[in-house]
Design a protein around this ligand. Sequence first.
Ligand SMILES: *Cc1c(COP(=O)(O)O)cnc(C)c1O
Length: 376
Amino acid sequence: MSIPYGRQSISSEDIEAVVEALTSEYLTTGPEVEKFETAISEIAQTNYSVAVSSGTAALHCAYFAADLQPGDEVITTPLTFVATAAMASMFGATIKFADVQADTGNIDPESVKSLITSKTKVIAGVDYAGHPVDIDELKEIAGNAGALFLQDAAHSIGSTYKGRPVGKDADLTAYSFFPTKNLTTGEGGAISSQNPALAQRAKQFRMHGLVRDPERMRAPNVGAWHQEVHHFGLNYRLPDVLCALGSSQLRRIQDFKSARTKIFDRYTAGLRELEWITLPKKRDYVDPMWHLYPIRVASEMRRALFYYLRSNGVTVQVNYIPAYWHPVYEDLGYKKGLSPIAESYYLGELSLPMFAELSVHDQEKVIDLISNFPRK
Ligand SMILES: *Cc1c(COP(=O)(O)O)cnc(C)c1O
């Protein structure tokens, strides 16, 4: 059986939590939702969290909360899963792709600064591989521009920046709980914020745009059955069954983090002598919960190494195709060469297997295979 690049860790406690929710009164919209949201807020040291059905839904809700309108501009990184940009494009916003830092792969605040205009509404960073972006710089740039700072933390729940947990600082933070991520609900995601108005807008978008609080209704005195739609929304709810799994997984987050840290350190120790590989770098003011172990090789070598590892039972991945290389952005007029550092990062990148239950034996197999890669 081949070694996957990421996979979930499900304990007997996780299973019990799901079974309990399954046999309770509520399968969805019940008490487990709020419990999970409270647990996320505790980890992120934030006031409000809203559980949703995927990381993509979280981004969609976050951009809605930011009141993104056609013609508004969003500055983001191309070195991300396309949803970070795509969910903003769905509101008719114009995406300005900044470049990244060569060491971390994270959005470069200097590049962001050069793209600010009077139309900039959101600056969206991605904590690539789990390494937090330069939060202080990005917050300041966004504040000066009258824009919001959105942190796509799909990789980084559990990471800290200058001692502060991811989720505490950004105007809006989006998480994903897909099975390969740091913790999972099968499918799922969340938004968190310190700002009650932003959180409320995200929450309303999750549920059809419905308003049920009489104080906010246009016609508050109709009767107890009355509810109002004030804007169009979706059904992005995360069921109780999955929220129960999420709460149980969150109780294990420190174990996940230490397992991922050990794997990170073991790769670094095992590969550091190979001068043809660039290993991931960490800034000294962050403590990442590593989601990926991204190595980089010469672009001419990447393809051969990818197929060599895959044919030897090691499922490596490439993260990420620059977002604007996707035909949907090409058709909007984006051209190759826009963010050269991100493009060169992509062309040499390979993500090695990284997940809490990766065994020492399997990890050593990966290290040995790479060490014996027949380079031409
Ligand atoms: C996984 C991911 C998403 C999307 O999350 P889903 O839960 O798969 O919808 C968004 N952004 C980044 C950076 C991701 O890695």
